[in-house]
Each structure stands twice: as C-alpha cells, then as structure tokens.
Design a protein around this ligand. Structure first.
Ligand code: NAD
Length: 429
C-alpha cells in the first residue's frame, strides 16, 4: 500500500474497503500503465480542494441539530467541477472523496468539458420532515454558495436527494447572489430549468451500454436481468431495459425492504407503481422473497447493481452467474472482485462509464440553463446516445488493445485525458 504523502488529508476509514483507498489504488494502477511522471501522479491521486463544515438546522420541535457536511472538488483541470450531493446516515468524507475522483474520470470518459466534485450530508433523510429538509438544503447552500457556480462547480442530485432539494438550493443561491442563475445546479424540476430526459438519464446511459456490449459480445440482450436497489437508477433501468433493448425478463429486484424473485418475470411497470405506493418492493404480490445478500447471484444474464458501494466482493464474485454487469451504482465492485470477474470472463461495464448518462444530461441541463434555451426530448436522447456510444467504443477499444479489463480501460482513457489537460495548463510536466 502507498504511503499517505499528503499531510493535509487524513483518511477516516483505514479498512481495505475504504472507497477512497480503492479509488486511489485504481488510479495508481492506471498511472503505472500510462507511465505518468511522479508529480502528475501526486497531483491526480488527491483532491484539489475540499470543504468540511457543519450545518445547524432548526428542527420542527424547536430544538436545533447540527449536521456534518462536505464538498470535495477533486479536479477542475478539464473544466468546472460537477457532481451530486448525497444525504446518507453513513456518509464519510472518504466516500465523498472517492466519488469526487470518480466524477473526474466520469466527465473525462464521456468527454464533456467538466471536472469532478461531490458533496454529502451525514443525515437520515427518512427521519426529516419536508420543512427540516428544506432548511438543511438551504443551510448547505449558504455555506457553499461562494465556491459554486456554472464556471466553478455545479452540484446535482444523488442518493436520497431530489429535484425539490435542488430547487431549494438554487433558490437559496439566487437569493444570495441576487440574480437568476439556473445553471448553478442541475437535476432541477422542469418548471425551474430542469432538462427533459434528466430523470432517467443515468439508467438510460447504462442500458444503452448494455446494448453496445451485447452487440460486441454477440449476446442477445432480450434475456433475464436483475436490479439491486430500486430508487431512481434501479427503477428506470428495470423499465428501460426491455424498451431500449427489444425485450428482457426482470427476474429479481431488491431495496432496503428486502429482495424478491420470480422466474417467470416481474412486471417492471407494476413493480414501480407498487414501490411508489408502498415505498418498498418486498410486499410485491406473487413474488418469492429471497435473501437480499444473494440478489446479485440470481440466475440473471445481466445484473444492474444500483444501490451502494462494495456489494461485489471476493466473497460473492465467484458466485455471480451473469454475463454482463452494468454498474449503475458508484463503486459496487472491490478490486479483488474485479480480478475474479475478469478471470471468469464476465463483462463489467464500470461505474463511471455505465452511470455517466446522468452527468451527461446534467451537462446538457447546465448548457441549456446558460443559454436559457431548452431542447426537445428527442434531441437529448440523440445527444446522449452519441456521447455514450463514443465513450463505450473508446473504452472497449482500449480494453482490447491493451488487454486490460474494462474498468482499467476506462481509467486509461479518462486519466490520460485529464493528465493531458493538466499538462497543457502547465501545472506539472
Ligand atoms: P436512490 O436514493 O434513488 O435509490 C437508492 C436505492 O437503493 C433505494 O431503493 C434503496 O432502498 C436502495 N438500497 C439502499 N441500500 C440498499 C441495500 N443495501 N440493498 C439493496 N438496496 C438498497 O439513489 P439513486 O439515485 O438511484 O442512486 C443509486 C446509485 O447510483 C448510487 O450509487 C448513486 O451514487 C449512483 N448514481 C446515481 C445517479 C443518478 O442520477 N441518480 C447518477 C450516477 C450514479
């Protein structure tokens, strides 16, 4: 393991599953293959800037509560920072750092002129009222407003944050700066400068990648698939797989309530309606309950991890039966598991390629907001397909040319693009 040479940054979790250590080790491997010089490696393996702060919130019962919050601006070499804000009770600064690094590689792999950033608030949104959420969102923005903007850093939704939360944040920002500024944040509701096609963009990009992969690997995508996590990314993946790929049978789904299986297929539309009505999938009628730990090991040919990080590990990588894994979640696979999957010939579409549709349409939203001119849905879909297919082709070509697995191929494409920008700016090298 590399020594921590950066005296300003203390890693909070020293476990092998620390997501930032994983992000750094993946970067180190890419840097080694690319032969990057030492100063470039040192620059790109750490965040450029990070903010760690508290947000005091008046609760509905009159008491006050203080929340820990973060924003990590990993790199702006290729353009302004971009990345979501997560609200999660187990959020840590290292998770935010890892996600900010992955945003940097993600915007580079789809070749949009942005850098990478990420934010988080340690909180349990399920225990907050709408009023408390609004005050928390506005409080976060009051601290961060000076460091954000379409030419600095543009946040977006992520785990447990919503278009409504983006709307409150945009409103707070505009109140502070005193003028309209819709491009400061993306993932906004449509009447407030949101983009057509943003809601399903992450899943759409992933499902499109499954289609490109199936073509290259000569696999029929009209087959069985399973989805872990049934939020924004998971629900749309379940719905879009058959729509975009000419068919498919959803056999297993999970969320925090449990996991369900049906060998004859679950109806994605009915399941989404059930989830919206009951807030869970476990009670879906006619389905068999299975151990949520085994959802990724079901007999589905294509699996979509769409929940949290570190769910494919050395403990279960051997048991996975799928031919294609489309990583809609960030960081679902540990490096050990990656090697096992590669050796077993399982085609992994790595997170920062598979889920790049979200940031691509976020970028479209930012551009449209700056122009104050909005495109129709068909144009968004056409432009998204263009960026995703070029990104997938570049990564697949690197995977074949360099004989490395798809994640490393994606790193090689992205890191070389970011390093080139750093060099052109004259920062190092
Ligand atoms: P979300 O909050 O809408 O949904 C998360 C879902 O995961 C919920 O259904 C929750 O019940 C489920 N979940 C949580 N823990 C679980 C567990 N242990 N087992 C099974 N299910 C579990 O979040 P989302 O926006 O769909 O994001 C999901 C993943 O996709 C995250 O890793 C996120 O970083 C990534 N992602 C999302 C976007 C986007 O645009 N939404 C973009 C890029 C990446």
């Amino acid at each position: 393991m590399k020594e921590n040479l950066n005296p300003l940054i203390t890693l909070t979790q020293n476990t092998t599953n620390n997501p930032f250590k994983i992000a750094q080790s993946q970067f180190d491997e890419a840097a080694e293959i690319l032969g990057l010089e030492p100063a470039m490696r040192e620059l790109l393996r750490w965040p450029q800037r990070e903010y760690s702060f508290t947000v005091p919130v008046r609760m509905d019962d009159g008491s006050s509560k203080v929340f820990r919050a973060y924003r990590v601006q990993y790199s702006d070499a290729r353009g302004p920072g971009k990345g979501g804000i997560r609200w999660h009770p187990e959020e840590t600064v290292d998770t935010v750092r890892a996600l900010a690094a992955w945003m940097t590689w993600k915007t580079a792999v789809v070749d949009i002129p942005l850098g990478g950033a990420k934010g988080g608030i340690v909180c349990n949104p399920k225990a907050l009222s709408e009023g408390e959420k609004e005050r928390l969102a506005r409080g976060w923005m009051r601290v961060m407003a000076r460091e954000l903007g379409f030419d600095r850093d543009v946040p977006a939704p992520d785990v447990y944050t919503t278009p409504q939360i983006m709307a409150w944040m945009m409103d707070e920002y505009e109140t502070i700066v005193g003028h309209s500024h819709p491009a400061v944040i993306t993932g906004k509701p449509l009447p407030l400068g949101g983009s057509q096609g943003r809601n399903d963009a992450t899943a759409r990009g992933g499902v499109l990648c499954v289609g490109y992969a199936a073509k290259k690997l000569d696999i029929d995508p009209n087959t069985t698939y399973a989805v872990q996590g049934f939020g924004n990314a998971g629900q749309y993946a379940a719905l879009l797989h058959p729509q975009l790929l000419g068919g498919g049978k959803l056999v297993a789904v999970s969320d925090t309530s449990g996991a369900i299986y049906c060998k004859d297929g679950l109806d994605p539309e009915k399941l989404v309606k059930h989830k919206l009505k009951h807030g869970q999938v476990a009670s879906f009628p006619g389905a068999e309950q299975i151990d949520p730990e085994t959802i990724l090991e079901t007999d589905a040919e294509i699996i979509y991890p769409a929940a949290l990080e570190n769910v494919i590990t050395r403990q279960n990588a051997d048991k996975i039966k799928a031919k294609i894994i489309c990583e809609l979640a960030n960081g679902p696979t540990t490096p050990h598991a990656d090697t096992i999957l590669h050796d077993r010939g399982i085609h992994v579409i790595p997170d920062f390629l598979a889920n790049a549709g979200g940031v691509t349409v976020s970028y479209f939203e930012q551009v449209q907001g700056q122009m104050n001119y909005f495109w129709p849905l068909e144009e968004i879909h056409r432009k998204l397909d263009y960026h995703m297919s070029h990104a997938y082709d570049a990564v697949f070509a690197m995977h074949r040319d360099q004989d490395v697995h798809m994640r490393m191929a994606a790193y090689l494409v992205s890191v070389s693009r970011v390093a080139e920008a750093v060099k052109l700016r004259g920062w190092v090298g």
